[in-house]
Write a protein that binds this ligand. Structure first.
Ligand code: 13P
Length: 252
């Protein structure tokens, strides 16, 4: 179902006690204040996931993992499986983040495996994709984005798309302070909805949430979220301060 979503990707920030404190602040700030169609999701590190998952139980804040392995289990030192996430009450996982692609060599082929495993284990996916600065400059960013989506997600059935949230994150806007303009975000989000519609039909395309990520802050969130095809944001730096994250939630 298409919802408005503000998701905080904490990346490799906040130890356990800091994660617990930030979670409690966010819960207090949003308690009783979210519209029925708005979801708030936070994604701490694996170390904090179990504790944070317990703290948000029976609140209107949800928790996601930042990553998972494609295998069900086995000899994959340092990795975490879908079942391990499920077991501690996690029902959403971020996959395909540009930092995973750039620093950990995650390819479209690998992401297909992760996507399949996540869905098989009833995990909802926040699927990240987006072009790099060189692609934006050379003006082939539509092709790049289309291929990222087709390669990783277009093998899925219509039903499986119920478990997909898209997050367009232009790499040149992540952690740089440089945000895509609301018009640039809208242009790309409308394009994404169009290619999903071409493959799966208008109903499905209009039912998916497409988030924007890349230097979203309290000062620019409202303008970006006001665009018709932008259903919310995946927030990095500004998700690490309860005050800023709450202001971004208010903007939606
Ligand atoms: P920033 O908001 O810090 O630019 O990070 C965005 C992001 O990568 C969220 O996944």
């Amino acid at each position: 179902m298409r919802s408005k979503i503000v998701a905080g990707n904490w990346k490799m920030n906040k130890n356990l006690s800091e994660s617990i404190a930030l979670t409690r602040e966010i819960i207090t700030n949003v308690a009783g204040k979210l519209a029925a169609d708005v979801r708030v999701i936070i994604a701490p590190t694996f170390v904090s996931l179990s504790d944070v998952s317990k703290i948000v139980k029976d609140t209107n804040v949800e928790v996601a993992a930042q990553n998972m392995h494609f295998a069900e289990n086995g000899a994959f030192t340092g990795e975490i499986s879908a079942n391990m996430l499920q077991d501690i009450g996690i029902s959403t996982v971020i996959l395909g983040h540009s930092e995973r692609r750039a620093y950990f060599g995650e390819t479209d082929e690998l992401l297909v495996k992760k996507v399949n495993t996540a869905l098989k284990n009833q995990l909802e996916i926040i699927f990240c994709f987006g072009e790099e600065l060189a692609d934006r400059k050379s003006e082939n960013y539509f092709t790049i984005v289309e291929n990222q989506l087709k390669n990783a997600l277009f093998h899925l059935s219509e039903k499986e798309w119920n478990g997909i949230i898209l997050a367009y994150e232009p790499v040149w806007a992540i952690g740089t302070g440089e945000t895509a303009s609301p018009e640039q975000a809208q242009e790309m989000h409308a394009f994404i909805r169009k290619i999903v519609a071409e493959k799966y039909g208008d109903n499905l395309a209009n039912s998916i949430s497409i988030l924007y990520g890349g230097s979203v802050k309290p000062t620019n969130a409202q303008e970006i979220f006001s665009k018709p095809d932008v259903d919310g944001g995946l927030i990095g730096g500004a998700a690490l301060k309860a005050e800023d994250f709450t202001a971004i939630i208010k903007a939606i």
